[in-house]
Design a protein around this ligand. Structure first.
Ligand SMILES: [Cu+2]
Length: 189
């Protein structure tokens, strides 16, 4: 119940920051002072609409599920998204109860945070220093949910890598850094 109350508060805070898609100036996080990156999971979308990250910075991911069903935030390129989409598709139709354990090969595991309804998971993380250049080769990074049916329902947002000055870094391909237009949602290939 306390966590649910916190969910409402966080949503209010996020809404008060100008809404999804705005880019307030970023002060990159350091190991001594990690930057809080707040991501709210809903049925079936994310807030914010674009996740800004500075390569090499230390962040504390605060992933809050304000929806009614379990969700996740998988960070990575389309190779990562596709791997989780395929792995979790195998759980379609599983009976109610504990979420089935799924895994993918380490090289396409990316970063995955699963959060149950009303809960929040905090995770310290250092954004790979080569994330933007890697993304440039692989068509951009995304944050997506692969609970069966959720990606298809539109539960995916782009990552925008930005420099310490808050300006987008060139990552080539992938989501349009301005409009956030996404690649085709058929991640199962
Ligand atoms: Cu989901």
């Amino acid at each position: 119940m306390v966590r649910l109350a916190g969910a409402g508060l966080l949503l209010a805070v996020v809404a008060g920051c100008g809404g999804p898609g705005t880019t307030p100036p970023i002060t990159p996080g350091t190991s001594a002072h990690p930057r809080a990156v707040i991501i709210v999971l809903k049925d079936y979308s994310y807030i914010p609409a674009v996740v800004d990250l500075v390569p090499g910075e230390s962040v504390t991911l605060q992933v809050l599920n304000g929806g009614l069903v379990i969700h996740e935030a998988v960070f990575g390129g389309m190779d990562v998204q596709g791997a989780w989409e395929a792995a979790e598709a195998a759980t379609t139709g599983a009976p109610p109860g504990p979420t089935p354990q799924v895994s993918v090969a380490p090289e396409v595991a990316g970063l995955r945070i699963v959060v149950r309804s009303g809960e929040r998971v905090d995770l310290p993380w250092t954004v790979p220093v080569d994330a933007a250049t890697t993304a440039a080769r692989k068509g951009g990074w995304l944050v997506g949910c692969h609970i069966p049916g959720h990606w298809a329902a539109g539960m995916v947002v782009p990552v925008r890598f930005v420099g310490p000055d808050g300006r987008p870094l060139p990552t080539g391909g992938g989501p349009d850094p301005t409009t956030g237009a996404l690649p085709a949602a058929s991640a199962a290939s």
